[in-house]
Design a protein around this ligand. Structure first.
Ligand code: G
Ligand code: G
Ligand code: MN
Length: 409
């Protein structure tokens, strides 16, 4: 095993016993550059006197001088972007909410655990620490580059078929078989590398290009699905649908024409709609959704749990599927409050006869929990990242062996 890349760690905890416990664990993991502070104030003083930041800061939440939350806010104010681990005795929902707060502030946060930390926890954190770049400091650069990529270039790229559908598999949690794919648009730019969808989708929506983009991506995906179908592989194809398109009176006939062109049954296509996106222009949107459903398309409520008035959306749109947002899925096995939300969402969906899909299955634990909870389908990095069509065909062939592994796990 290679030596850990983490060499110095700052422990911020008022309890001597806890600090000693942490020091012991760190030494067992081969880390000897250990600094200690009894609260936020002392930690900030210590950090101010250092030439280089520690590789990791392990912080308690409840401390008499300056508590952990205030310490994180102060780190942010001083632009101290050292990776953080929260470790506290308080309940997990509080710990997670502080984790979310740190994330929102752009502080790289590696883990948030209830005490006591074990050697296994620590090894996991150390294993992941070099792989995870701090989310916020690196983000502006991509964004700056991307933001110089304008609407005109996007329009050109769409018309030249340079935008590509990538495919992420969805797996039946009971049988381990592949049932379908989600189609995710990618823009490989000749000079700038991949432009992130978080940039070009809003750009397309703003400049009325989303209609062309969606038909282009859907067209390519339908062609691919029709090809798979001819070779005996029947997979559902889920396409993300921007709410802007639901305002267009011709949209339904257009996608219908695409289906005819590729000889694909509507039952094989699912439109993913985010729940928050439907708030405005309800009349015509509802009409279009009803028409899509009448034609036989599937309708999926995407990122379930993150939008507004989800119950209301569920009650008035003829959905066939519910996709639970990854923020409720990943790590739910460690988090009681997430499990409760997850289970109630699944119960409700099944009572409404909806197919349930869990997004963001990243680990075996995520997989096992969702299977135990009776979720129907799984999607996430644990199975595969989104990939180009050519790669996908090869990937499907390698799956027979892995499938048995998963079923038994
Ligand atoms: O694929 P992920 O890699 O990063 O996608 C980021 C976001 O972009 C997701 O919310 C996804 O739904 C959205 N997205 C990806 N492809 C499309 C698309 O073809 N149409 C629309 N409307 N959204 C898409
Ligand atoms: O918003 P929507 O659900 O349409 O988009 C799915 C997004 O989730 C895409 O950006 C896709 O690349 C991403 N994604 C897929 N699997 C995982 C996963 O296991 N973990 C994380 N963090 N993101 C994932
Ligand atoms: Mn989606």
């Amino acid at each position: 095993m290679s030596p850990p890349r983490v060499e110095t760690v700052l422990i911020v905890d008022d309890s001597l016993v806890q600090r000693l416990h942490m020091v012991g664990l760190l030494r067992q993991c081969g880390i000897h550059g250990i600094l200690e502070a009894v609260d936020g104030i002392q930690a900030l003083e210590l950090l101010a006197g250092l030439d280089t930041l520690p590789h990791l800061i392990v912080v308690d939440l409840e401390m008499p001088g300056m508590d952990g939350v205030e310490f994180i806010l102060q780190m942010m104010k001083r632009n101290v972007m050292a990776p953080l681990v929260i470790s506290s005795n308080r309940d997990l929902s509080l710990i997670c909410s502080v984790e979310n707060m740190a994330q929102a502030l752009g502080i790289p946060i590696l883990a948030a655990w209830k005490k006591p930390l074990t050697k296994q926890h620590l090894a996991e954190i150390l294993h992941h620490s070099p792989d995870r770049p701090p989310p916020s400091p690196s983000a502006p650069e991509t964004h700056k580059e991307a933001s110089s990529t304008g609407a005109h270039e996007l329009a050109l790229a769409i018309s030249r078929h340079q935008l590509l559908p990538y495919y992420q598999p969805q797996i039946d949690l009971k049988s381990g078989t592949i049932t379908g794919v989600e189609v995710l648009a990618r823009w490989p730019h000749a000079e700038k590398g991949f432009i992130p969808p978080d940039h070009f989708i809003p750009l397309a929506e703003k400049h009325r290009l989303i209609h062309d983009l969606t038909l282009e991506i859907a067209g390519q995906a339908f062609a691919r699905a029709a090809h798979w179908r001819r070779s005996g592989v029947h997979l559902t194809v889920a396409v993300n649908l921007s709410p802007r398109l639901l305002d267009l009176p011709d949209f339904v006939s257009e996608v219908d024409a695409l289906l005819q062109q590729y000889q694909l049954p509507a039952e094989q296509v699912i439109w993913e709609v985010t729940e928050s996106s439907l708030a405005a222009d309800l009349g015509i949107a509802l009409a279009n959704l009803a028409r899509l459903r009448l034609k036989g398309f599937g309708l999926s409520i995407d990122d379930y749990g993150t939008g507004f008035s989800s119950m209301q959306q569920l009650s008035r749109i003829p959905f066939t599927e519910l996709k639970i947002d990854r923020s409720f899925v990943h790590r739910a096995h460690q988090r009681e409050h997430l499990r409760v939300i997850l289970q109630s969402a699944l119960d409700m969906a099944h009572k409404m006869s909806l197919v349930t899909v869990a997004e963001g299955i990243e680990t075996l634990e995520d997989w096992k929990l969702l299977r135990e909870f009776g979720c129907n389908l799984a999607q996430g990095y644990f199975i595969a990242k989104p990939m180009p069509g050519e790669t996908f065909t090869g990937w499907v062939k390698t799956q027979n062996t892995r499938r048995h592994g998963r079923r038994g796990s």
